[in-house]
Design a protein around this ligand. Structure first.
Ligand SMILES: [Fe+2]
Length: 255
């Protein structure tokens, strides 16, 4: 963050540093954080207008993800603790793209999900469905040069969540994406096509009508693996990156 201390003159190489800038979301396009039918948002949605992060050196060049610590096993959620998880094996795959359709390489994609019975391995999950000792529901992968990711996992079950009488979440997988800048973070959920629980789910229905299909994966027989797993494709499209470089300090930035 910007301090008040006066800085020494920057060397020539730094003063010509060109940093990427990222489009800010237009007010009208921002996802609502409070949604009356999704009751717990009343307790956790910010009451004050969020403050946009400035786009200074730190914000546009971090984080260091430590991708060398990510192994192939992190992308296969079906084998944990020395055994096989129970449930329908599924391949979940796709690409991370910017608004121009260009691949986003080197993005950290993390997922978390319930097991086949609809139970999370988490201390606050009290749904009386079995915990699977061979499924922790956690995976991570870094996109390749074409922006591709894939996970082998188990089809998550629906689960009750107490929002209203007989409230059930449609089967879904939580996704977190981290690009190469702190301003590039996205948390979202992927759904499965034709889920009969969509109509009563206020989280799914909080998504604007025109965008709902983009939260639903596509079944792929072509990528399904004979005698092994079904496949679902889900491409994630990020906002485009504004290409205009800047050298001035119009965000109050002193790098
Ligand atoms: Fe969930």
């Amino acid at each position: 963050m910007t301090g008040t201390t006066e800085r020494a003159p920057r060397p020539a190489s730094e003063s010509t540093l060109i940093l990427p800038r990222y489009l800010r979301e237009a007010e009208g396009k921002k996802t609502p954080v409070g949604f009356p039918d999704y009751r717990s948002t009343a307790l956790r949605a910010p009451l004050r207008t969020p403050v946009d992060l400035p786009q200074r050196l730190t914000e546009v060049t971090g984080p260091v993800l430590g991708e060398d610590r990510i192994t192939d096993a992190d992308a296969d959620l079906t084998l944990r603790n020395g055994g096989e998880a129970v449930g329908q094996r599924i391949l979940v795959y796709g690409r991370v793209l910017d608004s121009g359709g260009r691949p986003v390489p080197d993005a950290l994609v993390e997922i978390w999900q319930a097991n086949a019975s609809g139970r999370y391995r988490h201390v606050v999950d009290t749904f009386p469905a079995p915990v699977d000792p061979h499924f922790d529901g956690l995976g991570r992968v870094v996109t390749d040069s074409l922006g591709r990711y894939e996970f082998m996992t188990i089809k998550p079950g629906a689960y009750p969540w107490g929002n209203h009488h007989n409230a059930w979440r449609p089967a879904h997988i939580h996704f977190s994406l981290f690009g190469r800048a702190f301003t590039q973070r996205l948390v979202t959920q992927m759904y499965f096509p034709g889920d009969p629980l969509f109509g009563q789910d206020p989280i799914y229905n909080a998504i604007p009508d025109e965008a709902r299909d983009r939260a639903v994966s596509r079944f792929s027989l072509e990528r399904s693996q004979d005698n092994w797993a079904l496949a679902f494709e889900w491409n994630i499209v990020l906002r485009g990156r504004e290409q205009t470089p800047f050298e001035t300090q119009d965000d109050g930035d002193v790098a």
